[in-house]
Design a protein around this ligand. Structure first.
Ligand SMILES: NC(=O)c1ccc[n+]([C@@H]2O[C@H](COP(=O)([O-])OP(=O)(O)OC[C@H]3O[C@@H](n4cnc5c(N)ncnc54)[C@H](O)[C@@H]3O)[C@@H](O)[C@H]2O)c1
Length: 248
């Protein structure tokens, strides 16, 4: 129960990785504000006391106003927030001549701008909490870009730099900030990518030295660790969780 007494916002909480993170935070005793465009589906297999710590907050965070409205209602209800996990993300595929301005803007609105708006809005609360921690779900492609995904790669590189910049600027006020950089994790986002590019899951698994795709709960394990006091001297890190896969 290493997150007992902590209130944590998790975005993208109806998605593959976000729902695993939200659930893991609640299992560790955290009060979780589960944000997504859609309601986080209830998990009947969860013990009632864990389910009771999860509050679903439908919100569109792709605009500054959407982020501000969300934070106003969360802070009015919960007061202090101790943790923020920016996990919501979108992927528009294509190299520069294949994508249009809308692909670029839509990618940055969720993957970068929402991370900035929510971090800025919640920082005073995190500073006041004294145990403030932000975990941003970037991607290994933010560190080692894969071909054919220029908007996504560039947005995730921005998330890594944003996380490290924030860690440097606010470490002195007790706020830790880290980026998690997953590789191939089996979620709806990855399944869609496999379908549209006609790649078999088994073929992708062969490119990973550990011989399989990652699971959302494995990313959740790393994220709850980074939120907790066990990671008290880890800040400004970009941690890859890839099964040793090499991109490029
Ligand atoms: N799956 C992978 O292999 C992988 C690898 C590296 C990084 N990531 C990153 O992990 C994060 C989660 O990805 P996933 O694979 O679970 O994808 P997913 O598509 O299952 O989940 C993403 C969630 O974000 C939500 N979202 C998107 N736009 C939103 C908006 N405007 N407002 C509110 N919610 C919004 C979606 O509704 C969805 O539930 C993303 O940031 C993704 O880039 C995933």
């Amino acid at each position: 129960m290493e997150l007992e007494g902590r209130t944590i916002i998790v975005t993208g909480a109806a998605g593959g990785i976000g729902s695993a993170i939200a659930t893991a935070c609640a299992r560790q005793g955290g009060t979780v504000i589960a944000v997504d465009r859609v309601e986080m589906p209830p998990d009947p297999s969860l013990p009632a006391e864990v389910g009771a710590r999860l509050s679903s907050y439908p919100a569109d965070i792709s605009t500054a106003a959407g982020c501000a409205d969300l934070l106003t209602s969360v802070l009015a209800r919960f007061g202090v927030v101790d943790g923020l996990v920016n996990c919501a993300g979108v992927m528009r595929r294509g190299s520069l001549l294949d994508i249009d301005e809308d692909d670029w803007a839509a990618t940055f609105a969720v993957n970068v701008d929402a991370v900035m708006h929510l971090s800025r809005g919640i920082l005073p609360s995190l500073i006041g909490a004294g145990t403030g921690s932000i975990v941003n779900i970037a991607s290994q492609w933010g560190l080692h870009p894969a071909g054919g995904h220029i908007a996504y790669n560039t947005s995730k590189a921005a998330v890594v730099s944003f996380s490290q910049s924030l860690a440097r600027d606010y470490g002195g006020q007790g706020v830790r900030v880290n980026a998690v950089c997953p590789g191939e994790i089996l979620t709806p986002m990855l399944k869609q990518k496999l379908e549209t590019s006609n790649i078999a899951e088994a073929v992708l698994a062969e490119s990973i030295p550990l011989g399989r795709l990652g699971r959302p709960d494995e990313v959740a394990e790393l994220t709850t660790f980074l939120l907790s006091d066990r990671a008290s001297f880890i800040s400004g890190a970009a941690i890859e969780i890839t099964g040793a896969q090499q991109v490029g």
